[in-house]
Write a protein that binds this ligand. Structure first.
Ligand SMILES: Cc1cc2nc3c(=O)[nH]c(=O)nc-3n(C[C@H](O)[C@H](O)[C@H](O)COP(=O)(O)OP(=O)(O)OC[C@H]3O[C@@H](n4cnc5c(N)ncnc54)[C@H](O)[C@@H]3O)c2cc1C
Length: 261
């Protein structure tokens, strides 16, 4: 089975203090520590496990800049066979639909049976997998937490409201967005990282992909972020300050004082 996994390089929430940029329309991204989107890590692990069972290969793909190559290498160190970086100045300022269109241009060049995305990434839109499926005219399932591979089809479990589980049979090729908890992603050691350090990762731009630059980037994006802010604190709300341990301690004290514990 040929599997393509879409991965995104995102700011690491465990490693950064976030502040807004001076324009007030995004995070201040200078000096942030980045890592692979958590949901994508589960998707890559699942792809590797499927290929271990039925054969085939796993390709990881991202739309990003030069630095995004590090997340491809990390996922290759984990066990993905190939990486593809889609990068071009013309992609700057792409909204979700434009990102999906860029991914589609490369996806349709391959012969993938299964395409996986994370259920969501740092911006929480949860849109890329569904949009890519629609653009490819492939069936799609979101929030997938179980996959069983059959002959030309798969059985897919979805987490639904109230802790209930839904199972669906789907024909291949299809697109799935993967929910956290589907598996336990394997540890990536320094030896694995070294092993793939010099593996060639092709970089493809708009020209290689046959993309009209007017259809992506800022020019092709019909969504415009106009503001980005922390909401005002509501009446009676209190923001606990300090390290995680200090915040937990303060929270426990408050819960005890209010009779909640
Ligand atoms: C007006 C506007 C301008 C923007 N400009 C930029 C910009 O200049 N540079 C920039 O990096 N982002 C930019 N973004 C954000 C970019 O469009 C987001 O990456 C995209 O909207 C995905 O949103 P999300 O993180 O919520 O992903 P979701 O849709 O929540 O992600 C779901 C899954 O989609 C896949 N996915 C998401 N993004 C990528 C990716 N880049 N490559 C491969 N797979 C991916 C992953 O599998 C991920 O788990 C912009 C967004 C807007 C609205």
């Amino acid at each position: 089975m040929e599997i393509l996994v879409c991965v995104k390089r995102v700011p690491d929430t465990a490693e950064n203090e976030f502040e807004l940029n001076s324009a007030g329309n995004d995070l201040d991204r200078d000096d942030l520590v980045y890592s692979v989107n958590e949901w994508d890590n589960y998707a890559v692990e699942e792809a590797i496990q499927i290929v271990d069972k039925v054969g085939g290969s796993v390709t990881v793909i991202t739309v990003g800049d030069d630095e995004s190559e590090e997340v491809l290498r990390r996922e290759m160190a984990m066990g993905a066979n190939n990486g593809i970086l889609l990068s071009d100045d013309a992609f700057e300022g792409s909204d979700g639909k434009a990102i999906a269109a860029i991914l589609k241009a490369e996806t349709q060049k391959g012969n993938y049976d299964l395409i996986l995305s994370g259920a969501q990434a740092d911006e929480g839109a949860g849109q890329i997998g569904g949009m890519l499926a629609a653009m490819m005219d492939y069936p799609y399932a979101s929030l997938v937490n179980k996959i069983e591979v059959g002959d030309g089809k798969i059985i897919v479990g979805r987490e639904i409201e109230g802790g209930n589980q839904e199972m669906n049979e789907m024909q291949l090729p299809c697109v799935l967005s993967i929910q956290t908890g589907i598996n336990e992603p394997r540890y990536v050691g320094i030896r694995g990282i070294r092993k793939v350090a010099s593996v060639d990762i092709p970089v493809k731009g708009a020209g290689d992909l046959g993309i009209d630059t007017a259809s992506v980037g800022e020019a092709g994006s019909k969504t415009k972020r106009v503001d980005y802010f922390v909401p005002d604190m509501g009446e009676g709300a209190e923001m606990l300050e300090g390290s995680t341990d200090e915040i937990i301690e303060k929270l426990i004290e408050k819960l005890k004082a209010k009779g909640g514990l």
